[in-house]
Design a protein around this ligand. Structure first.
Ligand code: ATP
Ligand code: MG
Length: 242
């Protein structure tokens, strides 16, 4: 079973993957968690090249794409495919859809060319399920700003990149529309525990897992057993763009 997580930077992927990995292991699954770029010795070297050049303008988007795909080819061949063949669950923090969303929709590389290169790199491997953690680019930015000591500065700099993040987000929405069977959209604008519950609930049809409890009512102090629809929430926020 191959599960990938996608979403904007700051949507909570890493936070959720850590929790989900523990939970699946507690329920008897063998789980391998990995990330892109990296996940192998060669992939980590590629990751270093990508990170070392993050600040500069030097790297051409096509070079960036090929490096991402080189790391991915190694990861798929060396780690993901053997683990899947042995019957384990692989959880990958970003995979092919990030390339379409960021390099394609974000940076404007031709989507059809991307498809060829990505398919070559993965040997055609597709995730069984892709969980898209859905929060607006603005909300994601707020979360990342909060996570840094220099919140205000970070906010200002990143704000200038908002149009890019909006294109990435719209790109994800396109990808989801095109492949509704593979994607599961998780409303990620909630506490980490509630988002985790939504993820577990969504995975029940795919993995041997206990039936999940209903989502708690929104007011945390309420002890009433009042039933709510699992994926529904009331949002009091006025600035939510989605
Ligand atoms: N549900 C949540 N509500 C509020 N804050 C959250 C939530 N989930 C994660 N965070 C916080 O938001 C920040 C980003 O979370 P996280 O690193 O998990 O996101 P990510 O999707 O992995 O980001 P990136 O793509 O940059 O790796 C962290 O500071 C984290 O503690
Ligand atoms: Mg992360």
């Amino acid at each position: 079973m191959f599960i990938t997580f996608e979403g904007m930077d700051g949507s909570g992927k890493t936070t959720q993957i850590v929790q989900l990995t523990d939970y699946l292991r507690q329920n008897g699954h063998r789980v391998l968690t990995t990330r892109e770029p990296g996940g192998t010795a060669i992939g980590d070297q590629v990751r270093k090249i990508l990170l070392d050049n993050k600040e500069g303008e030097d790297m051409h988007p096509r070079a960036e794409l090929l490096l991402f795909c080189a790391s991915r080819a190694q990861l798929v061949g060396e780690v993901i495919t053997p683990y899947l063949e042995s019957g384990g669950v692989v959880i990958c923090d970003r995979f092919i859809d990030s390339t379409y969303a960021y390099q394609g929709y974000g940076h404007g590389l031709n989507l059809e060319s991307l498809r060829h290169i990505i398919t070559f790199a993965t040997g055609g491997l597709l995730p069984d399920v892709t969980l898209f953690l859905d929060i607006s680019p603005r909300k994601a930015l707020e979360r990342r700003a909060k996570a840094t000591l220099f919140g205000d500065e970070y906010n200002r700099l990143d704000d200038m990149e908002m149009p890019f993040h909006e294109r990435v987000y719209a790109g994800y929405k396109d990808l989801i529309l095109a492949q509704p069977d593979r994607f599961i959209v998780i409303d990620a604008d909630a506490t980490p525990d509630v988002v985790q519950l939504r993820i577990r609930t969504a995975l029940v049809p795919y993995l041997n897992l206990p039936t999940q409890p209903s989502e708690p009512p929104r007011a945390p102090k309420s002890s009433s057993k009042q039933k709510t629809a699992p994926m529904k929430k009331k949002s009091p926020r006025k600035d939510n763009l989605s």
